[in-house]
Design a protein around this ligand. Structure first.
Ligand code: SAM
Length: 375
């Protein structure tokens, strides 16, 4: 008969179990079997993926993300405080940590943070059984790549697993028009190549397509994937921008994108890595290149969502489109123990939204924009 989790051996009730518990040479007097199941929301979704924003400062002013007039709006915390909160999440079942921002490479102490994250171990086996012999976390980083060339090696040495670089054009002029930073393309390309060289690949390149802005580059992106050996991932534009300019007609939807890519060269769909993977994956008929399509607007994947976010000021967000956030750092400042913080996280995760409502009548914009949440 399975022993309920959290049962003290001294509380075991069957005669057989009592005999087992009275064998002093093999068992200490009181062994507490792990009590807590892994972090799950009220819809039964396991929460395994934590995105941590370490700053909401950014050195780019991408036209679809920031107005260019607003600076940072939220506090940054000491790196040790992020680490303590991450440890709490990891003890509850988080396996992947993605560092983001703002622009995370602007954050002093980031390499040290990665080094500490690399020491952490997962707390559960894949079947949900607690374990003391977990494996290292999957540590990822999302960056605009501007500072990546010089940081790729130290980040890799500190234990970073992989990197995603945002590139919304592969033509230098369009790139500078989107980022509003002159000569930015060459720096980012150098960062992508360095990341590949030091073993942070295959690098994922994220591109948000906007009608009338960069949608003429779809085929060039396919060529970029094939020639550079990177995974290009197209992300549908979501209403998360600072200036509230989102319109449904600006979004380049998955169906249109697939038709364009197929006309360039026939696509072949690849199997998903996991059920919670957000991207539909494709290669071409000759097996060269990889394209991911992330379609939160036309094909929402909320039913498989495994993510929570921690903002740069230490708030939990249970969905990109949440109307409020939850002050985990405040709990810490009030003297919460790790057990208190765990209980708080569990309580908040239970409130995770079923899904977003992009494009539906009555859709309400979230309480923060992407750059201040952490994408
Ligand atoms: N500075 C880093 C970077 O550029 O990757 C990390 C933060 S940035 C906000 C994270 C990602 O969010 C980028 O890939 C960016 O293109 C994407 N993003 C920003 N606004 C978006 C929006 N409204 N819809 C979809 N993706 C968006």
């Amino acid at each position: 008969m399975p022993i309920p989790k959290g049962t003290l051996v001294s509380e075991l009730s069957t005669a057989e179990d009592q005999r087992a518990s009275s064998a002093p040479e093999t068992r200490p007097a009181e062994v507490r079997l792990p009590a807590e199941p892994r972090l799950t929301d009220k819809f039964g979704r396991s929460i395994t993926d934590l995105r941590v924003s370490v700053t909401d400062r950014c050195n780019y002013k991408c036209v679809y993300c920031r107005t260019g007039n607003e600076g940072p709006q939220y506090t940054e915390l000491p790196i040790e405080d992020y680490l303590r909160m991450v440890r709490v999440f990891v003890s509850l079942g988080i396996e992947k940590v993605r560092l983001t921002g703002g622009e995370p490479l602007l954050r002093h102490g980031l390499v040290d943070m990665v080094r500490e994250l690399a020491k952490m171990r997962t707390a559960y086996l894949p079947d949900g059984t607690p374990t003391d012999a977990g494996h290292p976390l999957d540590i990822a980083l999302t960056t605009n790549g501007h500072l990546l060339e010089s940081l790729a090696t130290p980040l890799k040495e500190a234990g970073l697993s992989r990197v995603t670089v945002s590139m919304d054009a592969v033509d230098p002029e369009t790139f500078a028009a989107i980022t509003r930073v002159p000569r930015s393309f060459d720096r980012v390309l150098a960062g992508v190549r360095k990341a590949e060289e030091v073993g942070l690949g295959p690098v994922k390149v994220n591109c948000v397509l906007l009608h009338g802005f960069n949608d003429h580059e779809i085929e060039q992106f396919a060529e970029f994937s094939r020639s550079e050996g990177v995974i290009v991932r197209f992300i549908e534009f979501m209403p998360l921008e600072e200036d509230r300019s989102w319109r449904p007609e600006t979004v380049v939807r998955m169906d249109e994108l697939v038709a364009r890519l197929n006309a360039y060269r026939p696509l072949v769909e690849l199997p998903q890595h996991t059920a919670s993977e957000t991207a539909r994956r494709f290669t071409f008929d000759d097996g060269v290149g990889e394209i991911g399509i992330i379609a939160p607007v036309s094909r929402p994947f909320c039913g498989h969502c495994s993510r929570v976010r921690l903002t740069s000021d230490g708030k939990i967000r249970t969905c990109l489109f949440s109307q409020s956030d939850h002050d985990l750092y405040g709990e810490m400042l009030r003297g919460g123990t790790d057990a208190d913080l765990r209980a708080y996280v569990r309580k908040i995760v239970m409130r995770k939204e079923a899904r977003h409502h992009i494009g539906e009548p009555g859709f309400e914009k979230p309480s923060r924009n992407m750059v201040h949440i952490g994408g």
